[in-house]
Design a binder for this molecule. Structure first.
Ligand SMILES: [Zn+2]
Ligand SMILES: [Zn+2]
Length: 346
């Protein structure tokens, strides 16, 4: 079968690899759509903590079951499915505590196992067993279903930071993730949603996510805007949705008392040591939380949010490409020419 194989950082090739057999108690899926994520680009350029080479990347994937493995598999051929990338054991303390994305034995499609930038995807028995395979609700396209994974990661971040309707939230970074956070915060009824960005191209596109206020930080003073939009109080929640936002912005100065900050995006490793006034956290009862990945349940919830029309991701899918054009897709995203690229021809 045809696949985009990452051999080492910078070496992504379209090549022929053996078509996988359906794993025992697993599934063989014909990939219909797989989106390019910022993490794929990071892996392509620099590698990533959980990545093992050579690897077929792609963890935002949807397709059709064409064959089931031996044993009792609760899916049939022709089922339309979305596959959450996390493969968790269900037994370790993290899994038992409802945090399978922190599983001691975690595997991830597109990181430790082959992912969706190929004609076929072998879904292991462990994925089926941990509930990672979801039927795509009727009316939702394969393209939309690929957004379930990034939307589920946003759900995880907003659950971790306990975002609710009483909150004014500031989302830093208006890329696809910042836009999904905006849409999700709106679905949760957040009182005020500020979305800040400095790239003019992204600001233009992010209007489609309909924040309460889009802030152009290349022209506006973020601190002043936040003060004005929150009656001088500051925001309740800050969502760090681009890699250097924790360094670029005076995050503590933008927070209301009891403010919460979600480190949703990772920082470049050479810049990840931050300095802040711990007494400010003490006196103002500030909370910092991290968020990484998502659970199978959150993927299911994300599909439901889209199927019910509470989140409409179509405006974010700005480009569709064949698998052969994956390098062009990466360039298109790197240059901020659009929001999200979906591979729809294999
Ligand atoms: Zn991703
Ligand atoms: Zn586990």
């Amino acid at each position: 079968m045809k696949a985009a194989l990452l051999k080492s950082p910078g070496q992504l090739v379209i090549t022929q690899v053996p078509t996988p057999e359906p794993p025992a108690a697993g599934l063989l899926v014909k990939v219909e759509a797989c989106s390019i994520c910022a993490t794929d680009i990071k892996m392509f350029r620099y590698g990533q903590r959980d990545l093992i080479y050579p690897r077929i990347l792609g963890h935002e994937v949807a397709g059709v079951v064409i064959e089931t493995g031996t044993g009792n598999v609760p899916f049939r051929s022709e089922d339309r499915v979305q596959i959450a990338p996390g493969i968790s054991c269900g037994k370790c303390p993290a899994c038992q505590q409802g945090a399978p994305n922190q599983c001691d034995h975690i595997g991830i499609l597109g990181f430790t196992h082959h992912g969706g930038f190929a004609q076929y995807l072998a879904v292991p028995a462990e994925s089926v067993a941990c509930g990672a395979v979801n039927l795509i609700p009727a009316g939702l396209s394969f393209m939309e279903a690929t957004f379930a994974e990034p939307l589920a990661c946003c759900l995880n971040g907003q659950e971790r930071v306990r975002l609710d309707s009483k909150d004014a939230v500031l989302i830093l970074g208006a890329g696809p993730i910042g836009c999904l956070h905006t849409m999700l915060a709106r679905a949760k009824g957040a009182r005020r949603i500020l979305l800040a960005e400095r790239s003019l191209k992204r600001i233009r596109m992010a209007a489609a996510a309909e924040p309460s206020r889009l802030v152009d930080v290349s022209k506006e003073n973020l601190k002043e805007v936040v003060r004005k939009e929150t009656e001088g109080r500051g925001v309740d929640v800050i969502m760090l949705a681009c890699s250097e936002s924790a360094i670029e912005y005076p995050i503590l100065e933008l927070l209301a008392p009891r403010g919460r900050v979600c480190f949703f995006s990772g920082l470049p490793s050479e810049k990840s040591q931050l300095h802040f006034d711990a007494n400010f956290l003490h006196y103002h009862e500030i909370t910092f939380v991290g968020a990484y990945g998502c659970t199978s349940d959150q993927n299911r919830m994300a599909l439901e949010l889209m199927a019910s029309g509470q989140v409409n991701v179509n405006c974010l899918a700005t480009k569709r490409i064949p698998l052969e054009a994956i390098h062009e897709g990466i360039d298109y995203l790197t240059e901020h020419r659009g929001m999200k690229v979906v591979v729809t021809e294999f």
